[in-house]
Each structure stands twice: as structure tokens, then as C-alpha cells.
Design a protein around this ligand. Structure first.
Ligand SMILES: [Fe+2]
Ligand SMILES: [Fe+2]
Length: 294
């Protein structure tokens, strides 16, 4: 099997997250956004994974962190939810360039909603409609396949469901082409994989609606690299029963050789169980965190 190319260096700065680091001046928000810097053979690329839901908080944090939005070369949207995509138009304006690659699954712009406790759309908002975004610089790459951002850094594409204990985590619905209400399986949930020389793969997820164990298995198979150095992102176990959390933690323990930094929709119960299993190799994710590989 071919193995994925390796980056010389990968760094991840958490620019949006539900919580903030102790004594930090950053603003929290319900959402996630990761500013990724990848380098290989002298080429450097800056990728923004998701944009949270508040561009004010995102751009405030980036300013304090000394990150110029104009440095962003491409944006990956892990799935349609508003807490990952809202304000993309404002972020594109702040980047201020044309032809900015925006990578996502082709189902991104569908209707996606909950009806409890009341009817509410939770997908892409109308301000971030595709045609709007294209007018302000977005060049969409909507694909169900893995897409290489540079050698050593790629999106996963659609995640095959393999485990029998993972599911979307929220009763989401959509309307199908026959106009019927159906459960939404969140087929658009994608992640980003970075392979780093001398380390292994780093998995960057938004909400892991596809299931973090499914995502990790997919990442190992896709990269041909079995050393999972880190998982960073949201695991969406916030409403999961303890049984699913236990199975997830056990499965990750057998797959992950390094660390897990999980927050956003991971939930306190899952964070506690991960800490018990991984010790200090697990940390709750917070706005302001900085990770560097190798
Ligand atoms: Fe989320
Ligand atoms: Fe989500």
C-alpha cells in the first residue's frame, strides 16, 4: 500500500473553541476553528479548518494571536453546522483575496434541522449561501473524496461507517429529493489528516459526527500510517450514553499512540473518561492552545 507523503512540520492554533485558556484574553464561542500551518520542502501553507459561528470572536482572537487573515490559503469546512460555518462570508472578506479554495462535502448546503424542542435550522445560514460566498472570493471544492491540500496534508472525504456503536449524536433531519422528512446521516462530516515526518498522523476533526473511531480507522487506512500521534477537535459525545463513551475510549486506546485534545461537543463525561484512560495524554481543548509536530 502507498503511504501518504510526510510534512516536515505541522502546527495547530485553536482560534475558536467553547472554552478559553486560563487567564487568556481570548473570546470563547460555541464552535471550533483551527489555524493550521503545514510545511514541506520549504513550501508553507496556512489552512483554516472551520470558522466557528462568531466571526467577531474569531477575528478578535486571530488579531491577539498575531495571525493575519490574509495569510489563509484555503478553508476546510468539516460539515454544515452553523457553529462551524456561520460568518464564513465575513471571514472571506477579512482574508480579502479571490479564488480562495473552500473544501467541503457536496451535501454541505442541504437543509439540516432539529425539531425538538422546536423547529430550527442548524445548517449553513442564508448569509453564507454558496452564490454569496463565491462573489466574495470562495472557490468551492465540493467532493466526497479525499483531497490533497499539499503532500502530507489532506481531507478525508466521506467516512465509511464501520463501528456498531457510533452514530451522529443528535436527531438531525433533512428533506430528501422526494420531499420526505428523513434522518440526516451527516454524510458531509469530514476531517483533515496531517502526516508528519518522524511522528505519524494528526487527525483534525470538527464534530466527529461520523464517529471518532470510524474517522481514526479511515485516517489510518487512507494514509497507510498506523501511528496516530494526535487527535484534535470535537468528538460529539456530549449526549452519548456512558456505554458508547466507554467503547469509544477503549477503541481509541487501542488505536491512538499519542495524545487527544478534545473539546467543543465532546462533553464532560467523555472528557473525564478520556482523562482516566490517557492521563495527561488527554487535555480538554481550549481557545489559545498551540500544538506543534514534530
Ligand atoms: Fe459543532
Ligand atoms: Fe456538528
Amino acid at each position: 500500500m502507498n503511504t501518504m507523503d510526510m510534512l516536515d512540520n505541522l502546527s495547530v492554533r485553536v482560534v475558536a473553541e467553547d472554552s478559553v485558556m486560563y487567564e487568556s484574553p481570548f473570546w470563547g464561542q460555541h464552535g471550533i476553528s483551527l489555524y493550521v500551518t503545514a510545511s514541506k520542502d520549504g513550501f508553507v501553507r496556512h489552512i483554516l479548518i472551520d470558522v466557528g459561528q462568531s466571526h467577531e470572536a474569531l477575528l478578535h482572537n486571530m488579531r491577539l494571536m498575531g495571525i493575519d487573515p490574509a495569510s489563509i490559503d484555503a478553508i476546510v469546512l468539516t460539515h454544515c453546522h452553523y457553529d462551524h460555518t456561520q460568518g464564513l462570508a465575513e471571514v472571506l472578506r477579512a482574508i480579502g483575496k479571490t479564488d480562495i479554495p473552500v473544501i467541503a462535502h457536496p451535501d454541505l448546503f442541504r437543509l439540516n434541522f432539529i425539531d425538538k424542542p422546536y423547529l430550527r435550522h442548524v445548517g449553513i445560514t442564508s448569509d453564507d449561501a454558496k452564490s454569496n460566498l463565491e462573489k466574495i472570493g470562495a472557490a468551492f471544492f465540493l467532493t466526497a473524496d479525499p483531497l490533497q491540500l499539499m503532500p502530507g496534508l489532506a481531507t478525508t472525504g466521506y467516512i465509511q461507517r464501520q463501528t456498531d456503536f457510533e452514530e451522529v449524536g443528535i436527531p438531525l433531519k433533512t428533506i430528501d429529493t422526494q420531499n420526505h422528512l428523513v434522518q440526516d446521516p451527516m454524510n458531509d462530516d469530514i476531517s483533515v489528516i496531517g502526516a508528519v515526518k518522524g511522528k505519524g498522523i494528526v487527525i483534525l476533526s470538527g464534530c466527529s459526527h461520523a464517529g471518532i473511531v470510524n474517522i481514526t480507522k479511515h485516517a489510518i487506512a487512507m494514509s497507510g500510517i498506523s501511528e496516530v500521534t494526535s487527535i484534535i477537535g470535537g468528538l460529539h459525545l456530549v449526549e452519548a450514553p456512558m456505554e458508547r463513551i466507554a467503547k469509544t475510549v477503549d477503541a481509541l486506546d487501542s488505536l491512538v499512540v499519542g495524545s487527544i485534545y478534545a473539546g467543543h461537543c465532546t462533553g464532560f463525561n467523555a472528557q473525564v473518561e478520556l482523562r482516566k484512560k490517557f492521563g495527561t495524554r488527554f487535555m480538554p481543548l481550549q481557545t489559545g492552545n498551540y500544538f506543534e509536530y514534530p
